[in-house]
Design a protein around this ligand. Structure first.
Ligand SMILES: [Mn+2]
Length: 269
């Protein structure tokens, strides 16, 4: 068993509520790693419609709530993205975590900043209404052809390229880091995990959990690493699949420990 404890684990762009969200895999990453700080770096939700959240999506939220138990001594940070803007206030109460526009911390003598990244994507900011229209159209199309998903796949590809503007976000982020005396800056938003160094300032993007490549970042004494999630043999826990009758809310309560009497899982094991 890997006993390494990361200073920070960062994931972004889970897009809960979208059919393409890999919430189950993201929950596994949280369960398989140990960390002192977790940063949910924006766009954890796809939109404001809670009815679209599936059982696996609620389980992810339930596990976040469980991790936020003070006994675990894990700092959980939710940085708002453009998709989960306006939602985070409710979620901070439901899931029990603090919400930030951007978050800074000091580690190993280096200043770190985490910010979603849409702030550096001029198009998103100036065309918020158009972007929202795009999101609802996308969600409707997902419903129509959920068997083979050719349309959704195509849109994903176009969308990713369209939203990517990877160079724009990285340039904006590096500039922001320089302005705020940061050595390292972390973003999401583009759905493309990447590392760029410029004049000794490092920019990292956490990627996302809606495309084929599922990625997250870790910070420890060795530095910053981009990880790609791959399913392990012991991840296929089909024996634990529950009956259809189980409600999503019950899963949330279960994962978050609300159904447990007094005891929480021992933190150290
Ligand atoms: Mn975004």
């Amino acid at each position: 068993m890997d006993l390494q404890v990361y200073n920070t684990l960062i994931l972004s762009d889970l897009h809960l509520g979208a059919e393409t969200s890999h919430a189950r895999e993201a929950t596994r990453v949280l369960k398989q790693n140990r960390f002192q700080r977790l940063i949910l770096l924006g766009d954890i939700f796809a939109d404001l419609n809670f009815a679209r959240l599936t059982k696996e999506h609620w389980k992810f939220l339930g596990y976040i709530r469980k991790l936020s138990n003070p006994k675990r001594k894990i700092e959980i940070v939710w940085v708002e993205g453009n998709h989960d803007h306006g939602l985070t206030n409710i979620m901070s109460h439901l899931v029990g975590v603090r919400v930030y526009q951007d978050y800074a911390w000091q580690y190993h003598g280096l200043r770190h900043i985490a910010i979603h990244g849409h702030q550096f994507d001029g198009f998103q900011v100036n065309n918020l209404r158009l972007s929202k229209l795009g999101t609802s159209l996308y969600l409707k199309l997902q419903k129509i052809d959920f068997k083979s998903k050719p349309i959704v796949r195509l849109i994903d590809r176009v969308n990713t390229r369209w939203l990517r503007m990877s160079s724009k976000v990285s340039a904006g982020a590096l500039h922001y880091a320089r302005q705020h005396d940061a050595n390292r800056i972390f973003c999401g938003h583009t759905h493309q995990a990447i590392h760029v160094e410029q004049d000794r300032i490092h920019y990292y993007n956490a990627g996302g959990w809606v495309d084929s490549r599922l990625t997250y970042l870790t910070v420890d004494e060795q530095g910053v690493q981009i990880h790609e999630y791959h399913e392990r043999a012991d991840d296929r826990d089909s024996g634990q699949e529950r009956g259809e009758a189980d409600s999503s809310i019950a899963d949330f309560a279960d994962e978050s420990g609300l159904l447990e009497d007094v005891e929480y899982e021992s933190v150290g094991s």
